[in-house]
Design a protein around this ligand. Structure first.
Ligand SMILES: Cc1cc2nc3c(=O)[nH]c(=O)nc-3n(C[C@H](O)[C@H](O)[C@H](O)COP(=O)(O)OP(=O)(O)OC[C@H]3O[C@@H](n4cnc5c(N)ncnc54)[C@H](O)[C@@H]3O)c2cc1C
Length: 215
């Protein structure tokens, strides 16, 4: 991650920007198999000040660059490689129209997988936790009611159903439902069928036929 505070604002650059590596398959192989840093990495860049100028003082703007890299691995020594990779990241910004940014940088914070692990206790610095392939998603992730130890429950991006905030909220709801059920406690958020009364489950929003009712 590279967080930048800039003098001025790149007004013509949209809020959300995705740059895909010329050879994205090689970039993915660098991340997932070779565990090395790419020369032409994909990146997501957020230029949020074009939407909300109040994010920075007048005449300034913020920029956020997310570059997917390997989890911590012996092939990458971040203490040595971070400065050069920072240069790669800044060069990549030109590919989405953010040119000549160096002299405009007034604040900078870089977070590497080392930092995610050391400062935030994220295992191997893998912010998205287990892999996002079918072998490690949904039912294939560790289950919310831990199977090896009675009375232990899991929640969050590393467990069922997966990472990403909407899914993590589902994980919290599933674990809470299991806890309440296992401890025989009332679940105030549950409707008659044991499902939460989400807006789309009220009579106002309910589908004419419950899903799966015909099968
Ligand atoms: C840069 C970045 C951008 C992202 N963007 C998006 C996005 O746009 N949309 C999206 O849906 N998701 C996004 N994500 C993913 C999302 O943020 C994570 O999947 C999510 O925060 C994981 O939630 P969690 O509760 O499982 O774990 P966390 O949010 O990591 O919470 C775990 C907490 O436990 C604490 N902890 C760890 N070990 C211990 C211990 N031993 N004792 C006490 N506390 C401990 C940690 O410090 C941390 O506060 C992004 C992630 C990153 C890093």
């Amino acid at each position: 991650m590279l967080y930048l505070g800039l003098e001025g604002c790149y007004e013509s650059v949209p809020h959300h920007n995705i740059y895909l590596a010329e050879n994205y398959r090689e970039n993915l192989a660098d991340i997932e198999r070779r565990h090395r840093l790419s020369n032409d990495p994909s990146m997501y860049v957020q230029n949020a000040s074009v939407t909300d100028p109040s994010l920075a003082p007048p005449g300034m703007s913020t920029l956020y660059a997310l570059i997917p890299v390997s989890h911590k691995h012996p092939n990458i020594n971040w203490k040595k490689e971070a400065p050069a990779f920072r240069e790669t990241a800044i060069n990549q910004l030109e590919k989405i129209g953010i040119e000549n940014v160096r002299p405009r940088i007034r604040y900078e914070k870089m977070i590497t997988p080392d930092d995610w692990q050391e400062d935030y206790a994220i295992y191997r610095g893998a912010t998205f936790n287990l892999s996002h392939d079918l072998n490690q998603m949904l039912h294939m992730r560790p289950h919310n009611r831990f199977e090896d130890i009675d009375g232990m429950y899991l929640v969050g991006g590393g467990t069922h159903p997966g990472s990403g905030l909407p899914v993590i909220y589902s994980s919290a709801k599933i674990t809470t439902d299991l806890l309440l059920r296992d401890f025989g406690m009332p679940n105030d958020a549950s409707g008659p069928a044991g499902h939460a009364n989400e807006p789309w489950q009220t009579s106002e929003h309910a589908p004419a036929e419950p899903i799966g009712s015909s099968g």
